[in-house]
Design a protein. Sequence first.
Length: 177
Amino acid sequence: MRIYTFPDGHISFSYPAGWSIKTKPGPALSQEAQRNSFDAVITDQSGQEVASVLSGTYGDGAAGPAKRTVLDHAPVPAINDKRGEATEFGFAYDEYPGTTGPAHYFMDVRRASEFLAPVDSSGSNQVWLPNGILTASVIFGDSPTRQAFTSPGAAKAWMGTEQYARLKALLLSLKYS
C-alpha cells in the first residue's frame, strides 16, 4: 500500500501499489478558494478511473426522497465532521418513489446516520471538515441508460471481488489532520 496526502496536508489515504493518482483543481467559487480545493482521481492498474477524493472549500448538491438499502457499511475512524458526528464507508443503493428508473448504486463516505435504517432521503456524501468539505466516492460510471449493477444480487456478488476489497480499504483509510 502507498499513502497519498493532499497538497494542503489535511487529508490522506492509502491505495494499492500499481494504482495511480492524478490531482487536479477541485471546484471553487473564487480564485482564492481554488487554492485549497483539490480533486484526487484514482486509477487502478488497468488505467480505469475507480475513485475520487475531493478536499476543498466548495460544496453543492441536493437531496430528495429515497428508499435506501445498505449492503455494507463500517466506521471511518479517522474522519469526523465539524459537528463531531462519526463518518462511515458504505455501499448502498437508493430507489426513488414515484419513478420507474433504475436503482442508484453508490459507494462512498458520509455521515454515519445516512447508513442507518430507515433512511428516507438520498442525503449527501459531503463531510464538512475544518478546512472545507470532503467527498470520497467510487466511480461507477452510471448514466441514465447504464447502471452500475443489473440487480442487488449482482452488487452483492461484486462485494466478493478483490476490486471491492481494495476500494473499501481505500475509503476506510481516509484521515484528517
